[in-house]
Write a protein that binds this ligand. Structure first.
Ligand code: PLP
Length: 391
């Protein structure tokens, strides 16, 4: 019997990284050596003090349901961190703690969008943005990010995409998959457009601590923006806590109440012991964050220099996050063909740029959250693949 699904399921997308991981693991099971550059997570273990806090929490009774919006002390610590690092003045009741940053997208789009609405999202961008806009029934409108513009969005182009139906604009800086960073002048212009057209802006700032030059600036700090910005952030990337599932959103007051209601209706609350670990992450020593960032910076330089040394491949220097997004058009292959070839024949798992939207054609995404040894091995193999193609 085949189950008849609700039509909305036909509109739900996915994240290719997990599919490529499965294919890579299958090759490994056959004895093939694969370098994993597909999944976007730090290769470091969670710092000890955070693990201890999680274990202690379980041992001391943090095993019951908690408030849907999150533990009061954690919400306070989050708002202190955000206000301190961004220069905003949000209050703790605007924070909703969620199992990872991803549910912030899911809940926000369910709460905000419906058929007849439009939402603008970056292309190439995190694939769940489009997936969730489509799922909500709204129209997903891509704004292309171009290499010649440092993968920043073009503000004039944005203006042409906004209609009287646009409700939501998504920005992500530093960005997945490009490592691009929006400049102050971009943010200022985007804020002006958002205020003028009464848009909600979801500002995905999950890579804010992984910025290699300058200071992270949030769009929430621009005039009229605090009341229309949703900041998405979390613990996965900053503290190497992807598997713990801990993130949060800072919402305009009314939206925070609606998102809490979605929490009650879905997961009740985020794991309370995990939230205690998060409290330690934010209020305990921060040296590891800087240590991770410096390790990523070294690896970024290694992979970008290595890619640029391969004829037919060029890569601009990513300013943040832990992804390189090389241009591979010189290989004569499409993104998909080249990614498949690298995995099947050369043992390098990478993602086609098109996994992040149509504008990703001609690019690959390589996560450099891997050891220098593995990155060097991957570079050798990519170099060999290009040589064999040309030979
Ligand atoms: N936003 C971006 C741009 C991401 O790349 C990711 C993870 O890959 C997330 C949000 C969600 O991360 P998590 O749900 O682990 O907090």
């Amino acid at each position: 019997m085949s189950v008849r699904l609700a039509s909305r399921m036909g509109r739900l997308g996915t994240e290719t990284a997990f599919e490529v991981l499965v294919r890579a693991r299958a090759l490994e099971a056959q004895g093939k050596d694969v370098v994993h550059l597909e999944v976007g997570e730090p290769d470091f273990d969670t710092p000890e003090n955070i693990i201890d806090a999680g274990v202690d929490a379980l041992r001391s009774g943090w095993t019951h349901y908690g408030p849907a919006a999150g533990d009061a002390n954690l919400r306070e610590a989050i708002v202190n961190y955000i206000n301190g690092s961004r220069g905003t003045s949000f209050s703790a009741d605007q924070v909703v703690v969620t199992p990872g940053g991803k549910p912030v997208m899911f809940f926000l789009m369910l709460a905000l969008l419906e058929k007849g609405d439009e939402a603008i999202f970056p292309d190439p961008g995190f694939p769940i943005y489009q997936s969730m806009i489509d799922f909500s029934g709204a129209k997903a409108v891509p704004i292309p990010l171009r290499e010649e513009n440092g993968f920043r969005l073009d503000v004039e182009e944005l203006e042409t995409l906004v209609t009287d139906r646009t409700r939501l604009l998504i920005i992500n800086s530093p960005a997945n998959p490009t490592g691009g960073v929006l400049e102050r002048s971009d943010l200022e212009a985007i804020a002006r457009i958002a205020v003028e057209h009464d848009l909600i802006v979801m500002s995905d700032e999950i890579y804010a601590e992984l910025l290699y030059e300058g200071e992270h600036v949030s769009i929430a700090t621009y005039p009229g923006m605090a009341e229309r910005t949703v900041i998405l952030d979390g613990f996965s990337k900053t503290y190497a806590m992807t598997g713990w599932r801990l993130g949060y959103g800072i919402f305009p007051q009314d939206l925070a109440a609606s998102i809490s209601k979605l929490m009650v209706n879905s997961v009740s609350c985020t794991s309370v012991a995990v939230q205690q670990a998060g409290l330690e992450a934010l209020t305990g020593p921060q040296e590891k964050v800087a240590e991770f960032r410096e390790a990523f910076r070294k690896r970024r330089d290694l992979i970008v220099n290595g890619l640029n040394a391969i004829p037919g491949i060029s890569c601009i220097l990513p300013k943040g996050a832990f992804y390189a997004f090389p241009n591979i058009t010189g290989t004569g292959r499409t993104s998909r063909e080249f990614a498949d070839l690298l995995l099947q024949e050369y043992g390098v798992a990478a993602l086609a740029g098109t996994s992040f939207g149509a504008a990703g054609e001609g690019y690959l995404r390589l996560s450099y959250a891997n050891s220098e040894e593995n990155l060097t091995k991957a570079l050798d193999r990519i170099g060999q693949a290009v040589k064999d193609l040309k030979g």
